[in-house]
Design a protein around this ligand. Structure first.
Ligand code: NAG
Ligand code: NAG
Ligand code: NAG
Ligand code: NAG
Ligand code: NAG
Ligand code: NAG
Ligand code: NAG
Ligand code: NAG
Ligand code: NAG
Ligand code: NAG
Length: 818
């Protein structure tokens, strides 16, 4: 019976499923229609594929029970366990949130509430594969039993519409609400109360964050519309009772997760137009959840709510104008969908922060800055700088009230630190790119200096460890002796490299803010990376073949003796699947990557690194080897900048080749098209910047230039209303002509292979003339992006229309355009 039903309900979707074909894009007139939220919903992309506003707190989607359900739904054919309202996007680790799920039933057998199925492990149902529909602000699917579920969202409220097949016993549908979250982290004493007259359900429960410490409390307020209320009550485990209206539930002591429990509502009719379930969420109180729900979706108007959400997304994408003449439409979809994903997380929890009272904005789900500092937050600085201003204010306010800048944060809890104190880079990036409005930069500076100077007791969740060694020895020793603060005593190489870069970022802020006494100190510490360069280090492949490369960063004990980590351990070609490379206490001296890859992580002094690697030719050979031998993997963030580092060696053409090597091969606009966790839009931003033809060196005022994937693309700054246009002459949609021959900026010759943020804030037209062969454009010494070795404010401009580039914040807006 069940099988017959599945076939009959799901079959009609197969019949109507679309045939996908390659379409050549017209000029994008409505950017929104190119957004596909399902990209990355399989194969470990872990994206949130459901309905949300930009940075929305309410994120409605179907939760499934397949592995990699970190974002709730996956396109891998798992069974739907519920339809919940809070999620994160693209994260690794445990599935995040998934709170206060609804689940509909057509009716209880024999009309007996005890015969409906309640616990999520038992009620789960497959969905019809081709029924899934996701657009910005909307998600819908049909379950194998024929129930159609649709959802949309406002800032703190989700609205679900369940259409239940009529006939049979489907005349008294039941919707349950579950107090259990996706990862079964509910702590003791979840509560729910039901109003027998209005049908309202309110309650709360305490949960654990998915990659952090502590606990958090979520509150909800659910109301129903569309059909008359028949009765309601609570359920515990597999039993329910409409005469009981209040429940406080224990976590359970018998293992296997919290006891199933929650509330249910039955309706006395089953209208064809469906039953609407609205749920507001809050981190403050159930009253606040109700107030948000009533204010945001007063009339249960599904179409109107969806339209408002769509408009919000349309407006976020509106600064971009694309001429995609001749370009395969899948690339346009790739571009706009990547951009869309950069604005799903972080989440705007302003007025929802239970931890302190403040007039400042509060953003959460910085998950994690180690992922998002590289290109996601820099991308938002281009497209949505007002939001980044709010995020920076929130980071600084978190420092103000919790004593430290976060490195990772979710559900108002401190998340785990992976590398350096990456907020230092985030702040410096925003500072040098001129974000000012409402930001207390002196306080921001105090926050980054604290990261550099004061060791926290728990550097596993904030700040840096090993600061005594850092200041005296100039590196974090392998097996450091550190009794002042605690975290995982591994990653000595990657932490040292990140701390060095963090200190460089602090030096820039010091210079811009006039803390001149600090500038030299932090520039000097930013050179600490040199202390871990072991010139004798060899590297052999796992079959014993010598790679031929000599000189790698290596761990070093406090007594100066070198450690012996193989440079290829934890690389993408490491054959030892049992090697531990993440935050475990038996991990390596590099985090989630190899000495080989970290061998390039000196973003502020590529000139000195190139010297250390015996000059540009040998540097380029090494970089090619990293990519060609698959030592690096584009599915993890440390690889991003390595795609573009040819620029510093005077070979911007090779960066362009490398971009096309990776896109779209490793990033295709399909459900399984992402190479790894999207990490809150980090992968999305890599695609977006790469296709735009400008890639940031986060924390510096540098965008590395490569040809855009389109004939022309413009971005109007929401801050200044000035428009930056990048136009490719001789554009070749087959991408064989990806070599810049010459360039002009506002009509004047432009030979530098990079450009500053002034391009976006002041506007201008950059014309790149393309050809089929590498040219000498951008290869001269004066054309290269600056390195700190050439001095702060280094880089000797010869291009027209530019003045001496300076690193510092004070320079923003001072660039002259001819
Ligand atoms: C439908 O309801 C009738 C009457 O209550 C009952 O006898 C029958 O078993 C129900 N069928 C199912 C499939 O639940
Ligand atoms: C949960 O509620 C019970 C009953 O009111 C109470 O005894 C217990 O202390 C509570 N537990 C917590 C963790 O609040
Ligand atoms: C797209 O727009 C550009 C410039 O606005 C124009 O040159 C081009 O012909 C247009 N392409 C199509 C297919 O309409
Ligand atoms: C965040 O939410 C607050 C309160 O709803 C709002 O005032 C603010 O504009 C939002 N910020 C962004 C960047 O959307
Ligand atoms: C330095 O310390 C390491 C690790 O404890 C030890 O193996 C090595 O022998 C020491 N080297 C010297 C020169 O003492
Ligand atoms: C690198 O990986 C690609 C597949 O992504 C494969 O085609 C290629 O052969 C690999 N190269 C080496 C040297 O193993
Ligand atoms: C940008 O344009 C909008 C709409 O035309 C206007 O409201 C806003 O004030 C302008 N901003 C600046 C900085 O000129
Ligand atoms: C600009 O570059 C072109 C070649 O691309 C060259 O012919 C011309 O002389 C240059 N103009 C200036 C002012 O340097
Ligand atoms: C920039 O010019 C200075 C002298 O004016 C020189 O010492 C330095 O090497 C130059 N840097 C580059 C990258 O050409
Ligand atoms: C820069 O361009 C202007 C005209 O746009 C020209 O007069 C001037 O000579 C150029 N300078 C250099 C250094 O190319």
């Amino acid at each position: 019976m069940a099988i017959t039903m599945e076939i009959s309900f799901c079959l009609k979707f197969w019949i109507f499923s679309l045939v996908i074909s390659n379409v050549i894009a017209q000029n994008a007139t409505d950017n929104l229609k190119y957004v596909n939220p399902l990209i990355g919903s399989a194969n470990g992309g872990n994206v949130f594929a459901g309905a949300t506003l930009p940075y929305g707190m309410a994120k409605a989607v179907a939760d499934v029970d397949s592995s990699s359900n970190q974002g709730g739904f996956t396109s891998e054919g798992g069974r739907v366990t519920g339809f919940s309202t809070m999620h994160d996007s693209g994260t690794g680790g445990s599935p995040s949130l998934g709170n206060f799920a609804f689940f509909p039933s057509a009716a209880c057998p024999d009309d007996d509430v005890n015969r409906c199925v309640y616990p999520k492990v038992r009620r789960a149902l497959h969905y019809c594969e081709d029924s899934v529909k996701a657009t910005p602000g909307y998600f819908g699917l049909t379950l194998e039993n024929g129930i159609q579920a649709e959802m949309t969202a406002s800032q703190h409220t989700s609205l679900f519409r369940f259409k239940i097949p009529s006939g049979g016993n489907g005349t008294s549908p039941l919707i349950l609400l579950d107090l259990t979250d996706l990862s079964n982290t509910r702590q003791d004493n979840g509560t729910i109360s039901l109003d027998g007259t209005s049908g309202r359900m309110t309650g709360s429960a305490r949960f654990q964050p998915s990659f952090g410490v502590g606990t958090w409390v979520g509150y909800f307020c659910a109301d129903f519309s569309g059909a008359p209320l028949r009765d309601n009550g609570i359920w515990v485990n597999s039993r329910a009772d409409p005469t009981v209206k209040d429940l406080t539930i224990n976590r359970g002591i018998n293992g296997g997760g919290p006891l199933p429990g929650g509330g249910f509502t039955r309706f006395s009719t089953n209208p064809e137009s469906g039953i609407l379930a609205r749920i507001g969420v809050s981190l403050i109180s159930a009253e606040q959840a109700c107030a948000s729900a009533e204010a945001e979706i007063p009339d249960f108007d599904f179409e109107q709510t969806q339209k408002v959400a769509e408009e919000a997304w349309r407006s976020k994408l509106s600064p971009i104008k694309l001429d995609s003449t001749g370009v395969d439409e899948s690339l346009v979809t790739n571009f706009f969908s990547g951009i869309y994903r950069t604005m799903v997380n972080p989440q705007n929890y302003t007025h929802e922060n239970p931890k302190w009272t403040s007039e400042e904005p509060y953003f959460d789900s910085f998950y994690c800055l180690w992922d998002s500092f590289r290109s996601q937050l820099p991308f938002l600085t281009v497209l949505d700088p007002l939001a980044v201003e709010h995020m920076i204010r929130s980071l600084i306010d978190t420092y103000e009230h919790e004593g430290w800048l976060p490195d990772c944060r979710m559900s108002t809890c401190k998340g785990y630190t992976q590398g350096g104190s990456n907020a230092d880079v985030v702040l410096a990036d925003a500072y040098i790119k001129g974000l000012r409005s409402g930001i207390d930069w002196e306080k921001g500076y105090a926050a980054v200096v604290k990261d550099a100077e004061v060791e926290p007791f728990l550097w596993s969740v904030e700040g840096r460890g090993g600061l005594d060694s850092w200041k005296t020895l100039g590196y974090i020793p392998t097996e450091d002796f550190d009794y002042k603060g605690f975290g995982t005593f591994t990653r000595s190489v990657s932490r040292s490299l990140e701390y060095a870069y963090d200190d460089f970022c602090i030096a820039q802020m010091a210079d811009g803010l006039g803390h001149s006494a600090d500038v030299q100190k932090y520039v000097e510490r930013s050179g600490n990376w040199k202390n871990l360069f072991y010139a004798e280090q060899e590297s052999k492949l796992f079959d014993g073949t010598d790679t031929g490369f000599r000189g790698f960063f290596q761990g070093r004990y406090a007594n100066g003796t070198w450690h012996t980590q193989d440079p290829l351990w934890c690389s993408a070609i490491d054959p030892d699947g049992s090697r531990v490379c993440s935050l475990q206490n038996n991990g390596q001296e590099t985090f989630e990557s190899s000495l080989w890859e970290y061998g390039f992580y000196v973003p502020h002094d590529q000139a000195a690194l190139i010297d250390l690697y015996s000059g540009p030719t040998s540097f380029v050979n090494r970089l090619n080897y990293l990519h060609d031998q698959n030592i690096t993997y584009i599915g993890n963030e440390p690889s991003f900048l390595t795609v573009y580092q040819y620029h510093w060696a005077g070979r911007p053409a090779l960066s362009a080749e490398r971009v096309h090597f990776y896109i779209p091969r490793f990033f295709s606009p399909t459900v399984d098209g992402l190479p790894g966790n999207d990490d809150s839009g980090a992968m999305g931003s890599f695609v977006a910047f790469s296709m735009l033809g400008l890639f940031p060196t986060p924390g510096q005022n540098i965008y590395l230039l490569t040809p855009p994937f389109f004939p022309s693309v413009s971005i109007t700054s929401p801050l200044t209303n000035r428009t930056a246009t990048i136009r490719a002459e001789n554009f070749d949609p087959s991408y064989s002509s990806v070599y810049i021959q010459s360039a002009t900026l506002n009509g004047a010759n432009y030979t530098r292979n990079w450009i500053g943020h002034e391009f976006f804030s002041e506007g201008g037209e950059l014309v790149l003339v393309l050809g089929a062969q590498e040219s000498s454009w951008g290869t001269g010494k004066a054309d290269l992006p600056p390195s700190v070795t050439d001095g702060l404010g280094g880089g000797n401009g010869t291009g027209n229309g530019t003045v001496e580039r300076r690193w510092m914040g004070g320079s923003v807006g001072s660039m002259k355009w001819s």
